[in-house]
Write a protein that binds this ligand. Structure first.
Ligand code: SF4
Ligand code: SF4
Length: 409
């Protein structure tokens, strides 16, 4: 496809980027076969090819209507289409340009307020901590479904933090530390078993802002995190920078694309250290194979690989490989490449599509009757837990539980 962006509509670098991405698309349609929204409703405009076409029309004409906005909103940003595309079309970059443009061309006050409200609520760490703390203390009085969402009482105490010397930085996000405080602690206890120290960095990664049309806020959050990383690097060697929520990890890994020319060489070096915890644990396990437990007698599990991990970070089977290497038995999941419908804040804004995708995913995950479902992202964890009585756990918590507590036979 060829695109000539309407003069003056975009900054010149963004216009050139959009033209290059659209130009790479040969309209073959291979991507439609793996697009969850297209597979749900069969609407070409809810497929990657259809959305590329809508964005192309908008950028060429400089005009758009609510239909374009609706179909772009309905995209999960799961990037399954990028994994499938034989031409290497960087769809998510084009989508970001498309969303920013459509929001400018189609002002929608109600939509804007709703998004700002969700951002404010989820980014307000103190009120969130207070609300989850109160809910936990009243847990016995709450409906069973809400109790399941709150999860079990935390198992792992806050681990010792080291602020100098060689260490892994754990980027603690905004939502997970309150909803599932065990996840970061499980990672820190596992790393301690390998003799690796950790330091926490507190601050939202910016993914929620980026996904709700607040690019400027996403950039500010990224800059604030980079400052904390630089400060930490000044106190000692940073081995890796990780987030236990793969959606946040993907956002951190893409700070270079977000901030571009504003970055220094030191910033780029630090961004290069961002990786998923599975990469760190798998490397340590290869060096010290006796630290982690034999999982051959563990209860039946099934793993849902978040889109951010498989399509975003390209680690489609890293967790499965590690757990299988430890003796765990993992069933093959039908359509494991498809999104569960969580997709960051998507399940809040597009609840019908999100529920439909979740129910389909749970059906596939539960085919082998697992006792526990595992995943690697807080969004997927909460979204899936909302649709099943089977416990949904972060794989790090499950692994830490089996490392530090005996397996019941
Ligand atoms: S698979 Fe790639 S090249 Fe083919 S239509 Fe989809 S985005 Fe375009
Ligand atoms: S990102 Fe996901 S939902 Fe969006 S067009 Fe690509 S495959 Fe479809």
């Amino acid at each position: 496809m060829q695109l000539n962006v309407q003069p003056g509509l975009l900054a010149s670098d963004k216009a050139a980027e959009a033209e290059a991405i659209v130009g790479a698309c040969v309209h073959c349609g291979f991507c439609t076969s793996t697009c969850p929204t297209y597979l749900q409703n069969g609407d070409e405009l809810d497929s990657p090819r259809g959305r590329i076409y809508l964005i192309k029309e908008m950028l060429a004409s400089g005009s758009a209507g609510p239909t374009t906005q609706q179909h772009l909103d309905r995209c999960l940003t799961c990037r399954n289409c990028e994994t499938t595309c034989p031409s290497g079309v960087q769809y998510h970059d084009l989508l970001a340009i498309g969303r920013e443009t459509v929001d400018a061309l189609v002002p929608n006050r109600r939509r804007k307020i709703k998004r700002a409200l969700v951002r404010t609520l989820l980014l307000a760490r103190r009120p969130l901590a207070w609300a989850t703390g109160l809910a936990r203390s009243l847990s016995g009085l709450l409906p069973v479904a809400t109790q399941r969402l709150l999860g079990p009482a935390p198992l792992f105490a806050d681990a010792f933090e080291q602020r100098t010397g060689a260490r892994v930085l754990i980027q603690a996000g905004c939502v997970q530390p309150h909803l599932r405080p065990d996840t970061d602690n499980a990672l820190s206890h596992l790393l301690a078993q390998f003799g690796v120290a950790v330091e926490w960095v507190h601050g939202c990664c910016g993914a929620l802002s980026a996904h709700t049309s607040a690019e400027q806020q996403a950039r500010e959050l990224a800059r604030a995190n980079l400052q904390q990383w630089r400060d930490a690097a000044a106190r000692g060697d940073i081995v890796a920078i990780v987030s236990t929520a793969s959606g946040c990890g993907l956002q951190l890994a893409e700070y270079e694309a977000l901030l571009g020319q504003q970055l220094t060489a030191e910033d780029r070096e630090l961004i290069g250290k961002v990786c998923d915890p599975v990469t760190v644990i798998a490397q340590l396990h290869a060096q010290q194979p006796d630290v982690l437990p034999d999982l051959a007698n563990a209860e039946p599990i099934a793993f849902h690989c978040p889109c951010s991990l498989q399509h975003g970070l390209g680690l489609s089977d890293a967790v499965q490989r590690l757990l299988t290497d430890l003796g765990a038995s993992l069933p093959t999941i039908t359509d494991s490449h498809l999104c569960c419908g969580s997709a960051g804040s998507y399940s809040i804004f597009e609840p019908a599509m999100a529920r439909s995708l979740r129910d389909q995913k749970l059906g596939h995950l539960q085919q082998s009757l697992p006792a526990t479902l595992l995943t690697a992202n807080i969004g997927c964890q909460m979204h899936l837990q909302g649709g099943t009585v089977t416990p949904v756990e972060h794989w790090l918590v499950w692994l830490a539980r089996h490392t530090f507590l005996p397996i019941e036979e």
